[in-house]
Write a protein that binds this ligand. Structure first.
Ligand code: PA5
Length: 467
């Protein structure tokens, strides 16, 4: 199992002012945490609670349908093109980057074991989309359009451009190159998929975008590029079992949630940095940033009071960001808690040759890059503690589907527990919806005329104009 080490957030190591007496806090919050965990497990099957993500590890039907479709289209496509944004893209990016061979899209077909390349379009930047379309042979591309709401302007505009191009290039056959992942009832994409006859996968009810990585949203693209989804599912299930334990001393998601909550509310650590010491896990940090920000940043609490809570998540990658952000983390304001992710055993290692022995870099000779990577993680952790800066370290035995499944699921449960501690709804996103609605209004969507009028007036008054 993955492990959590919280010693460097303890007052015994970094002092009373910035550290927590962790065991004392675990004892103090023992009952609160036990209640939160049993409550989550009690409510998870109830409609409207947005906790169905806790059941995704047990959805044998989805796994079966995903595998069946992946087998059906095997060897038919050279490329998978995923269209989606936010929760409909970040999980896919995080897991494929972690589990596929590095530089996957640059490998030959044989090096990819005949599996396709994979591209995620998670923005509406015309330059990058044009560039991608110039290199993709659409005839050999399977387009997976993913949107829970079925109407997100970014995803649907990408889709309209690509569907139009596909149809012009392939004629009537274009439908075979599209697979939709969306809600089973609502949304424009659902209607279009039905009318046009696209293969469709369902995002189950009560699974929000940022908690959807283990639904067909993620599992389908993973299976299409040959990732062993059973291994991921096993990781989720084992972690789920471990996190059902209501004893905080045995539950790492509860421990990290409580530490983050108390660091924010009692020690002024309003920033949560996610810093994996592995390039392959860099998008896990992006995924965490969305999960933590969108879930916990809320104006109102569950009693309807205005609270404006939410720690600010920040992405960093070790060792790269030691040469950009660590100066600030060490010597700047003591307002952060840093999560290190450390990998015990990397798939590869490279020995640094014993050359330049009699120079200042001679000491590196004979060591390996993994020695160096982990030494840097340890050194940075200790250096931060010298400055009384709190850190926690999550250790993955290695990077594979089993442990990546565990890691992401652990963060999801941690987020749900943190939401309960902040007493907010971790599963809505009114702030995102607000901006989405304003965009619809500015782009002339029917039904948003009043909003559009008000917006134009506000923008004109402030000297800002849109289209
Ligand atoms: O977590 C969320 O709910 C959001 O980030 C959504 O995933 C994002 O806004 C995309 O929404 P949709 O999947 O409806 O297109």
């Amino acid at each position: 199992m993955i492990e959590l080490n919280c010693k460097y957030a303890d007052s015994a190591v970094i002092g009373e002012e910035n550290g927590l007496n962790i065991q004392q806090k675990f004892n103090e919050f023992k009952d609160t945490i036990a209640n939160i965990i049993s409550d989550l497990n009690k409510r998870k099957d109830k409609p409207g609670q947005w906790l169905q993500w806790m059941n995704l590890g047990y959805s044998e039907e989805t796994v079966w349908y995903v595998k069946e479709y992946a087998a059906l289209v095997e060897n038919r496509f050279d490329n998978i093109l995923v269209l989606g944004i936010g929760g409909s893209a970040l999980g896919g990016l995080a897991v494929t980057e972690a589990l596929l061979k590095p530089y996957w899209n640059l490998l030959s077909k044989e090096q990819r074991n005949n599996y396709p390349r994979i591209f995620f379009l998670d923005n509406i930047d015309a330059d990058s989309i044009t560039g991608l379309l110039e290199i993709l042979d659409l005839k050999k591309t399977l387009v997976n359009v993913i949107t829970k709401s079925g109407s997100t302007a970014e995803t649907m505009s990408q889709f309209m451009i690509i569907k139009d191009k596909l149809e012009r290039e392939l004629g009537d056959d274009y439908r075979k190159n599209i697979v939709a992942t969306t809600d089973k009832n609502v949304g424009v994409l659902k209607q279009i998929a039905e009318q046009e006859g696209y293969k469709t996968f369902i995002i189950p009810d009560d699974v929000g975008g940022r908690f959807s990585v283990f639904s067909a949203v993620g599992l389908l693209p993973f299976a299409l590029v040959g990732i062993d989804i059973d291994e991921i599912i096993n990781g989720i299930k084992d972690m789920d079992l471990a996190l059902k334990n209501t004893d905080i001393n045995e539950n790492i998601a509860a421990q990290n949630a409580l530490i983050h909550f108390l660091m924010d509310t009692q020690k002024g650590k309003k920033i949560s940095v996610m810093m994996p010491y592995s390039s392959r896990l860099k998008y896990v940090a992006d995924w965490y940033v969305q999960l933590w920000a969108e879930s916990l940043g809320k104006e109102k609490n569950l009693n309807g009071e205005t609270v404006h809570v939410g720690p600010t998540p920040v992405k960093a990658v070790g060792a790269t960001d030691q040469h950009s952000q660590i100066q600030l983390y060490n010597e700047g304001p003591n307002d952060k808690i840093i999560n290190f992710i450390r990998v015990k055993k990397f798939d590869n290692d490279l020995e640094i040759p014993k050359i330049f022995e009699y120079t200042g870099i001679g000491y590196l000779g004979g060591k390996t890059l993994n020695d160096l990577m982990n030494a840097e993680a340890d050194a940075t952790r200790v250096a931060l503690s010298d400055y009384n800066k709190p850190t926690v370290t999550i250790t993955l035995p290695e990077i594979n589907g089993y442990y990546v499944g565990q890691l992401l699921y652990m963060f999801e449960v941690q987020t749900a527990i943190a939401g309960a501690l902040y007493n907010i709804d971790a599963f809505n996103q009114p702030g995102v919806e607000q901006a989405k609605n304003y965009t619809y209004a500015l782009m002339g969507r029917v039904g948003y005329e009043e909003s559009a009028h008000a917006l134009h007036e506000k923008m004109a008054a402030n000297g800002v104009y849109s289209v």
